[in-house]
Design a protein around this ligand. Structure first.
Ligand code: FES
Length: 210
């Protein structure tokens, strides 16, 4: 009687094993990939959208400076207001920019808080004078140290009440005292009649350097 027996070729068996393993690994890989993709897709749904309303837009060329606080809040600041402020304490005005196209005061963005002051034109450094108008200078009021509002005038310079940071408005807000890492940015301005108008955004990024 003839005895038939299926002989198993070891090389062929090993190749088939490798093929099965490759297919299995590919399937697992696709599964993992899809899983990661679906996780990312779900995650994207939870990222909050940043909505920039007109009140939160950063100051830009054409904006008019208005009173930020007090009885005149929202009204346009005039050179006469700045002259009058020199007799008060502090001798400068805190302002916000107003968009003349929609009349929206951009008061919902902290870094739009601006100090405006009338100084003697001849006291300004050439670089500072380039962005001033008849001695009127405007700078970010947000301290570069930890972000307090610079609201005082001491030693003939701007003074931050939080830790005593001081800036000289005649020299590009050069730091003259305190733990401040650098100057606050100047806002280039011009006079249009009685209006103080920004001719660009801040010269560099406003806000605390933290
Ligand atoms: S936050 Fe102004 S000196 Fe510290």
């Amino acid at each position: 009687m003839e005895h038939t027996e299926h002989s198993i070729d070891p090389v062929q068996e090993q190749q088939e094993h490798i093929q099965r393993r490759t297919v299995l690994q590919a399937a697992i890989g696709v599964g993992v990939g899809l899983s990661v993709l679906s996780t990312l897709y779900v995650g994207v749904g939870f990222i909050p959208k940043v909505v920039v309303t007109p009140e939160k837009e950063p100051v830009k060329a054409g904006d008019i400076l208005v009173w930020a606080q007090g009885a005149k809040a929202g009204q346009e600041i005039t050179p006469a207001d700045l002259q009058a402020a020199l007799k008060s304490d502090p001798p400068f005005i805190i302002a916000y920019p107003k968009n003349p196209e929609n009349n929206v005061v951009k008061n919902q963005l902290a870094t739009n808080t601006i100090m405006v002051m009338q100084l003697e034109p001849s006291s300004l450094s050439p670089e500072t004078a380039k962005y001033a108008a008849q001695g009127i200078v405007a700078y970010s009021a947000i301290c570069k140290h930890l972000g307090c509002t610079i609201s005082q005038w001491k030693n003939n310079v701007w003074h931050c009440p939080c830790h005593g940071g001081e800036y000289d408005p005649r020299q590009g807000a050069k730091v003259v005292a305190g733990p401040v890492p650098g100057p606050v940015p100047q806002l280039p301005i011009k006079l249009e009649g009685n209006r103080i108008v920004a001719t660009a955004g801040f010269l560099f990024k406003p806000g605390a350097d933290v």
